[in-house]
Design a protein around this ligand. Structure first.
Ligand code: KG4
Ligand code: ZN
Length: 331
């Protein structure tokens, strides 16, 4: 079954064609980052306009890359939330229109659930998996026992990990998005220079908090205006990584996980990847960067499993800009 999926929840316009939930025939992502960089963050109105301009071209490019045509599409999927309302509308409506025109089944997909199950694209899944979603908008730790059977263990009570990277980069006068800028400089710095807080690491449970860390960096910079940027970056990054790794490993032990996975933009961070792999006794499934950041292939993969169980969405399915991680099916 070839599933064509559309993902427009934020600032990436993406269309993918995936066979049987596993084989990526095409995964085209058109990034708008250069446009939003001028404003230091994503401008929703601009993002939606770009999606409208790009969606047709990106869809045709995906078909071309796959060496397929419309007749090869067996089902259509799209992200319905969470995300920016007007951006979601573009992709969801385009996908519905396409499914209607092709006379194929349609299923709406929760963006966070797509991140959660993106390891499906990396091979036969082993459950239970402890899955960490770390992006600009979310920091969620979940336990997955099968596709669609998951439980949220904890999430951030304030800033997301990626948001912290972006805000600290701004404090340091670095570019947007902050994560790659900080990681680049951190390579030249000493992570032990400043003892920034590892918020909530010693507390039981799986909640995260990153806003205190950002404030700690702000106060440090006020007190030490001559601080070496590379050392600040390395010390800040280490604090974020220690918390993410510490809680993920603890969850893996508690739930006797057979694997750990991570997705979202922050999961590209090589310090995080390295420390997670070093600390884990079970395999750590880390997709290539193109499948960690927002992409339609993960939407198509999850849609395949949902379609297999007979799930279909109604044409009236609305966008859900602030929906959480779908059903908390394990309770
Ligand atoms: O998943 P993503 O592309 O978009 C969403 O937020 O949904 O994640 C973007 C976030 C940004 O906050 C960015 O600074 C962060 O991921 N990021 C990184 C790295 N690359 C991107 N954070 C740390 N290290 C990186 N190498
Ligand atoms: Zn995302």
């Amino acid at each position: 079954m070839n599933v064509l999926a559309v993902e427009t929840s934020c600032d990436d316009t993406s269309v993918a064609l995936v066979r049987d939930g596993r084989h990526i025939l095409a995964n085209v992502v058109s990034s708008q980052i250069d446009c939003h960089r001028l404003y230091g963050g994503v401008v929703p109105e601009l993002a939606a306009r770009h999606h409208l301009e790009l969606i047709d071209t990106v869809a045709r490019a995906a078909l071309k890359e796959a060496g397929a045509n419309w007749a090869d599409v067996d089902a259509v999927a799209a992200t319905y939330g969470p995300g920016l309302a007007i951006s979601l509308l573009v992709g969801l409506n385009a996908a519905k229109g396409l499914a209607l025109a092709l006379g194929k089944p349609f299923v709406g997909i929760n963006h966070l659930e797509a991140h959660l199950y993106s390891p499906l694209l990396m091979g036969e899944p082993v459950f239970p998996v402890i899955s960490l979603i770390v992006s600009g908008g979310h920091t969620i730790l979940a336990e997955c026992e099968a596709v669609g059977l998951h439980r949220v263990l904890g999430q951030t009570v304030d800033d997301a990990a990626g948001e912290a990277f972006d805000k600290v980069a701004k404090l340091l006068g670095l570019g947007y998005p902050g994560g790659p800028e900080i990681e680049k400089r951190a390579r030249q710095g000493n992570p032990a220079t400043m003892a920034f807080p590892r918020s909530m690491l010693d507390q039981p449970g799986y909640e995260f908090s990153f806003s205190g860390l950002k404030t700690a960096v702000l106060y440090y910079l006020r007190k030490h205006p001559q601080a070496v940027v590379a050392d600040v970056c390395a010390s800040f990054q280490e604090a974020v990584v220690d918390v993410l790794v510490g809680k993920t490993i603890r969850a893996a032990e508690q739930y006797r996980a057979r694997a750990i996975s991570a997705s979202g933009g922050v999961s590209i961070n090589s310090r995080l990847r390295g420390k997670l792999r070093a600390a884990s006794c079970v395999p750590v499934i880390l997709a290539p960067a193109s499948l960690c950041t927002d992409n339609a292939a993960m939407v198509a993969a999850l849609a395949y499993y949902k379609l297999q169980t007979g799930e279909r969405s109604d044409w009236t399915l609305p966008i859900a800009p602030s929906v959480g991680l779908g059903r908390d099916t394990l309770g």
